[in-house]
Structure formats: structure tokens, C-alpha cells
Design a protein around this ligand. Structure first.
Ligand code: ADP
Ligand code: MG
Length: 379
């Protein structure tokens, strides 16, 4: 029976007493808006989102899209103008930040400079008045978790940026909060350190099995780390989904353009195709062709194949288009071929069958893809 129930239906059917079994750290955001006086638009506008216990959720969006405001509302540092936050089923609107039992890490490490690493990490436990032996035990445990035991007696000034951020992570999880909120924690680090700390954060998430809410404007970081990603645009939630859902089925041009590269054709849906400028037409699936009107077709470069020659027949049902090669880039183990189509669309292809490239920059080629792999968006 349960196999046929939606997740919502299962949650509704679950008795309240089973909440513990479902794990802690469920966060329910309902209709949250934050308006600042005299601001042009809402900092956050009508955001509703359910975050599951133990989920790795990322807030992704450009600068100014409302990510920090939303995270600060969950943490309790900012009071929303409308809407509510519930943690594990209980409204926390009147609960002070330090009583929400959430760990918080920001871009600036904010460690106490006069304290050693060990003292910094022990601080939240001393605040909570735990026994000395218990404090020592827990501090040693989280120092192991972030792989810093050897540096326990150093002061923050004697650590690199990446090490300081690992101390901040240790301090944020040492009292086993219900969830860990991270606001661009890797933003101040160089690329190599960022990559290694990304892996550390993914490992910490697995080992702690704790809810993580991670804020970033870096789409690669979001796709690499997250169970689900919430895309923010001008204060509103644009789309929520797994990395693959967002990449393969963006709901708007904004999401398509913000997450990775794509070929985006704009035109009018009529009959079974999208008609663009200068005679470019894109074949649509029956489902995509349902609603006539203005729309765009998004197709990812990994799905676009460069055909070897003009008379290379594209198999039945595939989309086929002519393009001029703008540039060819060898990226690690494959080529990225820059394309310009007759209607002015600029995009790229990543599929080259066979080892030799059939053409050079400036030459015209045919490309093909399956319409099932494209997404039709109307905004
Ligand atoms: P992000 O973290 O995605 O970069 P923020 O949540 O910091 O975005 O900001 C969202 C919007 O709210 C921005 O337009 C910002 O200028 C505005 N904003 C943030 N804090 C304040 C404030 N205290 N007063 C007025 N406007 C603010
Ligand atoms: Mg921010």
C-alpha cells in the first residue's frame, strides 16, 4: 500500500509519536516574506519549502537574491514580515536564536582570536555548562571529524583560512544541533582549498546524518554537494529539485542559464515545432507541443552531437540544425564546440562521435539531438 502513497500522504498518515523515528531537523518554511521599509522589492517573497531530516539542501542564487535573508530568518536573527518557520513540527517564531538549537557557519570564521582551537570548539559546550570530562570527549570527537587534532593547541592566527573554517565547522556541530546552516562558508577560500573543503563538508554530512542548509552562488558547488537545490531569484523561489532535475528539466530560462551551459532557442510553438527566426525550427515532443505560444527550448551541450558530414543522416525523430563553429576548446577528456545557429542562438555541443573533429572554427556543421532531451520553458 505505502508504495502508492506520496511522501506528503505518508507524513500525514504517520502518528505524531513516530516523529523521533523520522529523525530530527525537519524544517518547514511557510509563506515567508521579508520587506524592508523603502526597499524596491521584498528581500524574500512568499517562500515555502519543506526540508527533510538529514537532507542536504542548498540555497542557490545570484548575489542579492535573498539567500542570506532566508537563512537568517531560519536561524532567528531576522524576524519575517509574514509567514512562519517550524522545526520538527513546532513553530519557532517566538524562540530566540540560541534556543533553536541550530549550528551556524558564515563566510567569516569569527573564531575567538585569544583562544586555542580546543578552547574555541569547547566554547558552546562550556556555555551549556556540560561537565569537563564530557566537554573533552566531545571536543576530541569533533576535532577528529574535521581532521584537526594535531592543531588543537594553536591559536586561530597560526592557522590557514581553510583550517580556520574547519574549526568553525567543528564549533558549530559540537553540541549536536538539529541542523547546520552554512552561509557561503567556502567563499573566502581559493579554488583548490574550496574543492577539498567541499569534500570534507560532504563527508561530515554523511557521518553526522544531520540536516544541512548550505548557501552558495556557485552552481557547480550546489550540484556537487546537494540532495536538493532551491534556486532563488529576486527574493522568490524559482525552482526546487535534485541537481539532475534542475539540470535536465529547468522550469525557466533563468534556471537554465544559471545552472551550467545550454543552447536556448526562442520562438513560437505551432503544430509540433518551435519556429524561430531565419527559418530555424525545432521539433517538439507531443507533450511539449501541447500549448501554442511564445516559448524557448533548452538543450544541454552534453546532448548535442556534431554530425560528421552533411549527408550523415540523423536517425528518425531527432532534431537537426545547422550551425557555424565559433571556437573549439579541449576540456580535459573531451571537446566543447562553440556554436552559432542561423537565428542568432549561441550555444555549444559536447558530443563528438569518433576521434577526429569534422570541422574547424568558421566552418558550418550539422548538429543533432533527441527532442526528449530538451526542455520547453515559457518564461
Ligand atoms: P544574498 O544573500 O542572496 O546575496 P540577501 O539576502 O543578502 O541576498 O539580500 C536580499 C535583498 O535584500 C538584497 O536586495 C539586499 O540589498 C536586501 N537587504 C538585505 N538586508 C537588508 C537590510 N538590512 N535593509 C534593507 N535591505 C536589505
Ligand atoms: Mg548572502
Amino acid at each position: 500500500m505505502t508504495a502508492f502513497m506520496s511522501a506528503e500522504a505518508r507524513d500525514a498518515a504517520r502518528p505524531a509519536s513516530a516523529d523521533d523515528a523520522a529523525g530530527t531537523g525537519r524544517i518547514e518554511i511557510s509563506g515567508v516574506t521579508k520587506t524592508y521599509p523603502r526597499a524596491g522589492r521584498d528581500a524574500v517573497r512568499d517562500v515555502s519549502l519543506s526540508i527533510g531530516a538529514g537532507e542536504f539542501m542548498t540555497f542557490l542564487g545570484p548575489s542579492g537574491s535573498g539567500k542570506t535573508t532566508m537563512l537568517s530568518i531560519i536561524a532567528g536573527f531576522i524576524t519575517p514580515t509574514a509567514g512562519s518557520i517550524a522545526i520538527d513540527g513546532a513553530d519557532v517564531g517566538r524562540v530566540k536564536p540560541h534556543r533553536r538549537n541550530l549550528g551556524v557557519v558564515f563566510q567569516q570564521y569569527a573564531l575567538f582570536p585569544h583562544m586555542t582551537v580546543r578552547e574555541n570548539v569547547a566554547y558552546p559546550l562550556r556555555q551549556r555548562k556540560l561537565a569537563k570530562a564530557e566537554i573533552d570527549r566531545r571536543v576530541n570527537e569533533v576535532l577528529e571529524l574535521v581532521r584537526l587534532p594535531a592543531l588543537a593547541e594553536r591559536k586561530p592566527a597560526q592557522l590557514s583560512g581553510g583550517e580556520q573554517q574547519r574549526v568553525a565547522l567543528a564549533r558549530a556541530v559540537v553540541y549536536t544541533p538539529r541542523a547546520l546552516l552554512l552561509d557561503e562558508p567556502l567563499g573566502a577560500l581559493d579554488k583548490k582549498l574550496r574543492d577539498s573543503l567541499q569534500r570534507e563538508i560532504a563527508r561530515m554530512h554523511r557521518e553526522l546524518a544531520m540536516t544541512f542548509i548550505f548557501v552558495t552562488h556557485d552552481q557547480e558547488e550546489a550540484l556537487a554537494l546537494s540532495d536538493r537545490v532551491a534556486v532563488f531569484n529576486e527574493g522568490g523561489l524559482e525552482q526546487v529539485g535534485t541537481p539532475t532535475e534542475l539540470y535536465d528539466h529547468p522550469c525557466s530560462r533563468f534556471v537554465a542559464e544559471f545552472l551550467g551551459e545550454s543552447n536556448i532557442f526562442s520562438g513560437t510553438v505551432d503544430g509540433g515545432r518551435l519556429s524561430c527566426d531565419d527559418g530555424v525550427t525545432i521539433r517538439l515532443t507531443d507533450e511539449q507541443a501541447r500549448e501554442p505560444g511564445q516559448a524557448s527550448v533548452v538543450i544541454r551541450p552534453e546532448r548535442v552531437e556534431l554530425l560528421a558530414s552533411d549527408d550523415d543522416p540523423a536517425p528518425d525523430g531527432r532534431c537537426r540544425a545547422r550551425a557555424t563553429i565559433t571556437d573549439i576548446l579541449y576540456v580535459g577528456n573531451r571537446y566543447r564546440i562553440g556554436l552559432r545557429f542561423a537565428d542568432g542562438t549561441v550555444g555549444s555541443a559536447m558530443r563528438v562521435v569518433g576521434s577526429a573533429l569534422p570541422a574547424m572554427p568558421g566552418e558550418t556543421v550539422d548538429v543533432a539531438w533527441s527532442p526528449e532531451h530538451q526542455a520547453l520553458v515559457t518564461r
